[in-house]
Design a binder for this molecule. Structure first.
Ligand code: FE2
Length: 324
């Protein structure tokens, strides 16, 4: 059994192909970047349209398969940016109709969790899902992924990128700030806002931005990341205590941050929990995770009518039944 998955929720247009054992046969992508202004939804969608055929051809060639070999065509139905999501949905509808294959729209956040479980030994974790647009602390309870805590304003990746842009580090700035984190020597106090189980990053971003020019750049990057990730760690620790789970799985684009995993490793060591981090190739948005989620749901018997494939910009993680 083979599944093809299309990812287009934000700046990445990706196509992955997986087999039934969870082997990734292809994971091709192209990513829209704009160093000055972050992501512009319409321009990103135009980028996806312009490059989609190239990515599809590369994916099929890498897997050495044709579209007719697929058993199901999947796409990220949400959450994400409307114009970008629609390119993926239209591509999936076209390929499904062309090859006469079933179509399935899947939840992007749930796909991040499933590829994390596929690519690590994790089975029943507290999930730390951090990316540009999302930051959620999630645990499975009674057949759904419950969001135990989440950002109330922006994703931590977005906060990092905005701060990096103010520092003139380009986009995405996260990887550069991550290197600077380990060069910082002094902690500069910055606003730390955990509200119950939820997180707020705007105050941290505003105050850190106002400190640019007054301190060493490495110290600022260290202090910004340390504050943001300790907030994430605090909520993760309470989620571990509440759920009584013994694993933490880090997934999403910010999983590539060594600073984040450094802080979460300390937390896990103190609590006797095991830390699992999704490999870098599957941390950023990618088509393979959509393909794997599609295969799981197709194999589990889910069917979707073409008229139900409209995109859902606010498709919540906790709206998905875990039936596979
Ligand atoms: Fe994502």
């Amino acid at each position: 059994m083979y599944a093809l998955g299309i990812e287009s929720t934000a700046h990445t247009f990706g196509i992955g192909i997986v087999d039934e054992k969870g082997n990734v046969l292809a994971n091709e992508k192209m990513t829209y970047t704009n160093p000055d202004a972050g992501i512009h939804p319409r321009l990103a969608a135009e980028f996806h349209l312009a490059n989609g055929k190239n990515v599809l051809t590369r994916a099929l060639n890498t897997a050495n398969l044709s579209i007719n070999d697929m058993d199901v065509i999947g796409f990220a139905q949400g959450p994400g940016l409307g114009p970008c999501l629609r390119v993926g949905a239209i591509t999936a509808r076209y390929l499904s109709t062309l090859a006469n294959k079933p179509i399935l729209g899947v939840n992007h956040c749930v796909a991040h969790i499933s590829i994390g479980k596929n690519k690590t030994p994790s089975t029943n974790p507290v999930v730390v899902y951090t990316s540009g647009a999302n930051t959620q602390i999630i645990a499975e309870e009674n057949g759904k992924y419950r969001v135990l805590g989440e950002t109330l304003d922006m994703g931590v990746g977005n906060a990092l990128d905005q701060f990096g842009r103010k520092l003139g580090l380009g986009f995405p700035a996260g990887p550069v700030i991550d290197e600077n984190y380990f060069l910082g020597k002094k902690y500069i106090p910055l606003p730390y806002s955990v509200k119950g189980m939820d997180l707020v990053f705007a105050g941290l971003l505003t105050e850190a931005t106002s400190q640019i020019g007054k301190h060493d750049v490495n110290d600022l990057c260290y202090s910004f990341m340390h504050t943001a990730f300790c907030m994430v760690a605090e909520v993760t620790e309470r989620a571990l205590a509440h759920s009584e789970k013994k694993e933490v799985l880090v997934t999403g684009g910010v999983a590539a941050s060594r600073a984040l995993t450094h802080i979460l490793q300390k937390l896990c060591d103190e609590r006797g929990a095991t830390l699992h981090v999704v490999p870098r190739a599957y941390a950023m948005d990618n088509g393979a995770m959509i393909a794997w989620q599609t295969l799981l749901e197709h194999r589990g018997g889910r069917k979707q009518r073409m008229e139900d494939t409209q995109v859902e910009q606010r498709y919540r993680t906790d709206h998905v039944d875990i039936f596979w």
